[in-house]
Design a protein around this ligand. Structure first.
Ligand code: G4P
Length: 289
């Protein structure tokens, strides 16, 4: 778990500085590539980003697709396409899908490339700013795609002023977000979804309640996966009883035959986060059309 997970809890709302820096840099870039968690594409976004970037071309990178439900991820890709936004599924752990990134950017910005060529600005690279809330895998993405190819320090605005530019090839440069973008903490569902995926530590949250909320979602959409993992379950009950059933199946019983629900809750959350229950998405495009 990286350090960002912890800082999420203590420094929410530090957006003003980031907002200013992004506004400053915006005229220098051609597009924004937003990294989101494919399992929770809504909750893993910054609520102000859309307004901040205005009509800059926008590409969404549905990262961690190795842990998401492929059908749901495909649904998100179509959903964004209908909104005129290009989205691709990537997995920065294995590198899957990353080979499409360069072509996706060049296709999305083909008009811009043409304009540069018409103006005789051959060799002017497209500049893309990579953004994402902590823990979505933004650093993993940049490391995978750019490695150590930091752009040369040149006498150009934005390149020399301490910003992190990376040269991908002659036609493409990436800029790491100047600052930190935060999710919409004040929304309870967003907080829960970030906690399910481990983006927010659950030390300060009630793990039993959290696991019961997770079970509500899983028993709506992924009963088969739950039963594959924990055996036959009776879903005709509330989520607390379901948690008890799961705990019992794993022998987590305390004196008097009761389930050790705290242990069961921790086990469930951990198994969800490690994809042991299966490839599961918690947010679907059709619910948010
Ligand atoms: P950030 O810059 O957006 O804050 O995220 P970062 O790249 O640090 O990634 C956060 C965590 O997510 C890391 O795990 C990283 O390995 C993992 N991760 C990033 N992309 C993917 C992906 O496509 N699939 C999967 N399964 N995991 C991904 P960690 O537990 O914090 O560290 P570690 O496991 O790398 O040691």
């Amino acid at each position: 778990m990286n350090d960002n997970t912890q800082s999420i809890q203590w420094f929410p709302g530090h957006m003003a500085k980031t907002r200013r820096k992004i506004k400053e840099i915006l005229p220098l870039i051609d597009a924004v590539a937003e990294v989101v968690d494919a399992r929770i594409p809504l909750s893993s976004r910054n609520p102000e980003l859309k307004e901040l970037i205005g009509d800059k071309p926008h590409i969404i990178l549905l990262n961690k697709c190795d842990m998401a439900d492929k059908r749901v991820t495909d649904g998100w890709i179509s959903h964004y396409k209908n909104q005129g936004i290009t989205a691709i599924a990537i997995d920065c752990k294995s590198g899957k899908g990353l080979n499409h990134f360069k072509d996706t950017v060049k296709t999305a910005l083909s008009e811009k490339l043409e304009q540069y060529a018409n103006k005789g600005m051959v060799g002017k690279p497209l500049r893309v700013m990579v953004v994402g809330i902590p823990n979505v895998g933004k650093s993993s993405f940049i490391n995978r795609i750019a490695g150590n190819r930091k752009a040369k320090v040149e006498n150009r605005p934005g390149v020399t002023r301490g910003n992190q530019w990376f040269s991908i090839d002659k036609q493409l440069e990436l800029l790491d977000t100047p600052g930190v973008l935060w999710p919409k903490f004040e929304d309870k569902t967003v907080g829960e979804h970030l906690a399910f995926t481990g983006a927010v530590k659950d030390r300060i949250l009630d793990t039993e309640l959290l696991s019961m909320r997770l079970l509500e979602i899983l028993s709506e959409n992924y009963r088969d996966l739950l039963e594959n993992r924990y055996g036959k379950l009776d879903f005709d009950c509330d989520s607390y009883d379901l948690l008890c059933q799961i705990g019992k199946k794993r022998g987590m019983v305390i004196r008097g035959g009761e389930t050790d629900t705290e242990r069961a809750a921790n086990m469930l959350l951990e198994e969800y986060r490690n994809s042991k229950i299966g490839y599961i998405s918690l947010e679907r495009a059709e619910h948010n059309a």
